[in-house]
Every structure is written in structure tokens, then in C-alpha cells.
Design a binder for this molecule. Structure first.
Ligand SMILES: NC(=[NH2+])NCCC[C@H](N)C(=O)O
Length: 323
């Protein structure tokens, strides 16, 4: 009855010794992913918008490209934990969730544990339950989550041991952001809050900002309608670009058209090297990055674009470490 395999799986699931935490921009060591499966066949011409897709995916191409990206990560020595290997109780939910493959949105992993999202109903409702079970089985504790209340909160970015970035998007409700900020300020010293227009193109924080290196990032600043810095005792309006400059972080701005092609949403392999869609950046931005010594590991998306997500959206980063 496959006892040995079950035992091995359980030993794995105990997660003994797994290291985690992504706030420092060290080398990416491990990620969790969900290879999409039968849930993609839920999508058809009349419901793909309801399911937050831009079109009905061509399933075999979609899965093949997802695997191709996994191979790219593995060839860079990134360990991939497959979500469903760590899920028992909620396994039936997976086949009902065509957006679960965008695992990035469900949690951010800090050295103190996972910061769980509360996914927006109806299309993404309860995805975090599946992810919570998998993280538990992997041995990663939950640092913060939302208990009760009506609202949603689809993710934040960890910028350093001190700083968290949260965007008020169409996938966040303000009371949840306030609850989140007061919780997270127990473990981080400041939260950068950015209000962006409530529109699909800005659905998650990674659509407007991302760090490439400790001193360099990409952003789409026209979406930054209001930016505030929250600390334990204060809230102040800030100019994002000037504030980041003070911290030694320069911003390369992307164009309107690049932002729509998910220019700000990529996965750093390590400081200065990023995995990115080859469709996301214009020649000029690529040149600017090249002049900065940035290496881009390109990936060509085709079928994957139907879901409206980037490589980053498919990747729940578990661990980064500076060597
Ligand atoms: N972090 C991201 N940009 N995620 C993209 C998620 C795409 C997904 N179809 C949704 O609309 O929810």
C-alpha cells in the first residue's frame, strides 16, 4: 500500500529543518508552486472573466509553459515544493480553484513565518486555506492571518527586515489593510502604504513596484496616488521616490504600456539577476538595466498570458539567503 512512500512523504511533511524567510534580497533557495491541473478545465468562453482570466487558457500549452518555468528555476538550483504534496485535508478544493496557480498572492514568507492573505470572493475565496495547510505541513508557522470580518487582502511585499510594502488595490479592503498594518508593525518597523487606482491592471502590489537589487527597483509611479509611511507611533505622507532614494534605492520608471505587460512583476534569482517575461520590457528599459549590470533570464509566455499573471505570480517564494 505504498507505505514507504507515505512515510517518506510524512517525514518530508514534518518539514524538519526547512529554512524560510524572504525579506532580504539574497539568493532564492526555495519556492512553493502549484502546477495547474484539472481546475483549468472549469474555464470556458462564458465564465473566464468571472474567474479573473483574460481569456480561456489553452490548457496543454499553459501546463507545459508552467513546467518549462519550473525547469528554469531548477536549473538555477531553486528547490520547488509542489503545493499538493503537502495538502491532504483540503485536497478537493484544489480542483475548484483555477487561480491557485497564482500562489504568490496568497502569502508572503518572512523569517518569523507566513503572512497569509485573505483572498477575494468569489473567484479566489479560500485559496489561503489550502496554502495554510501546505505551509503547516512544511513546518512554516503562520505569523499573521485574518480572523473573521468581511473584507479581503491579497498580499504585500517584504522589502527588508524593517520594511513592508502594501498597496490598496481592487483586491484589498481598507479595514483589512489597517488590521494588517497594526499586526505587522509588531514585527517590522515600518509599512509603506500606497493607494493605487482600483483597476485590474493594478490588482496586486507587484504590478506597480519591485526590487531588483538592494539599490535598484522598477516602478510605475503614475499609479501611486497617495503614499504614506506607517510606524508604531506615526503616519506621514511621503514622496515614494524621494523616500526610497533616501534609503539608497533608485527607481527605474516603466511606461504605461510596459506596466500593462507586467513589467514590475518579476522574480529575482538573486540581487541583480531576475527571471522575467521576454514580453514585459521595452528595448530602452532593457538597455537601462543592462547598463546597470542587471542580468535578465528571459522566459517566453504564450498560453500562460491567459491568466493575467507574471512568473512572479506563479511563485511563492519560501526562502532567500545571502551567502
Ligand atoms: N500578483 C499578481 N499580479 N497576480 C496575478 C493574478 C492573476 C489572477 N488571474 C487574478 O486575477 O487574480
Amino acid at each position: 500500500m505504498g507505505c514507504e512512500i507515505d512515510e517518506l512523504k510524512r517525514a518530508e511533511k514534518a518539514g524538519s529543518g526547512i529554512i524560510y524567510g524572504c525579506e532580504e534580497l539574497g539568493r532564492l533557495k526555495s519556492v512553493m508552486m502549484h502546477t495547474p491541473g484539472e481546475e483549468l478545465s472549469l474555464l470556458n468562453e462564458s465564465n473566464y472573466k468571472y474567474w479573473l482570466y483574460d481569456k480561456v487558457p489553452e490548457i496543454s500549452g499553459y501546463v507545459k509553459e508552467h513546467r518549462g518555468y519550473q525547469e528554469l528555476l531548477e536549473s538555477s538550483d531553486v528547490r520547488i515544493y509542489e503545493l499538493e504534496d503537502y495538502v491532504d485535508e483540503n485536497i478537493d478544493l484544489i480542483t475548484k480553484m483555477p487561480n491557485l496557480t497564482f500562489l504568490h498572492d496568497t502569502a508572503a514568507i518572512s523569517r518569523k513565518g507566513a503572512i497569509l492573505s485573505r483572498m477575494r470572493p468569489p473567484a479566489r475565496e479560500k485559496e489561503e486555506l489550502v496554502v495554510k495547510e501546505a505551509l503547516n505541513n512544511l513546518g512554516i508557522p503562520i505569523l499573521s492571518e485574518f480572523n473573521g470580518g468581511q473584507g479581503f487582502f491579497e498580499g504585500c511585499l517584504l522589502l527588508s527586515k524593517e520594511t513592508v510594502f502594501v498597496a490598496d488595490t481592487e483586491r484589498h479592503t481598507y479595514p483589512f489593510i489597517k488590521e494588517f498594518i497594526s499586526n505587522v508593525l509588531k514585527d517590522f518597523s515600518e509599512v509603506i502604504y500606497v493607494r493605487v487606482p482600483k483597476a485590474r491592471r493594478y490588482m496586486h502590489p507587484d504590478t506597480v513596484f519591485n526590487r531588483i537589487r538592494e539599490d535598484l527597483s522598477l516602478a510605475y509611479l503614475p499609479a501611486f496616488k497617495e503614499t504614506c509611511l506607517f510606524t508604531e507611533n506615526s503616519i506621514e505622507k511621503i514622496d515614494f521616490k524621494a523616500f526610497m532614494h533616501e534609503k539608497g534605492m533608485e527607481i527605474i520608471s516603466v511606461s504605461d504600456s510596459e506596466q500593462r505587460r507586467l513589467a514590475c512583476s518579476f522574480v529575482p534569482l538573486e540581487s541583480g539577476t531576475i527571471f522575467h517575461y521576454d514580453t514585459a520590457l521595452d528595448h530602452k528599459t532593457r538597455k537601462d538595466l543592462e547598463n546597470e549590470g542587471i542580468e535578465i533570464i528571459s522566459f517566453h509566455p504564450d498560453a500562460l498570458l491567459a491568466g493575467g499573471g507574471s512568473l512572479r505570480c506563479h511563485t511563492l517564494r519560501l526562502c532567500r539567503r545571502k551567502n
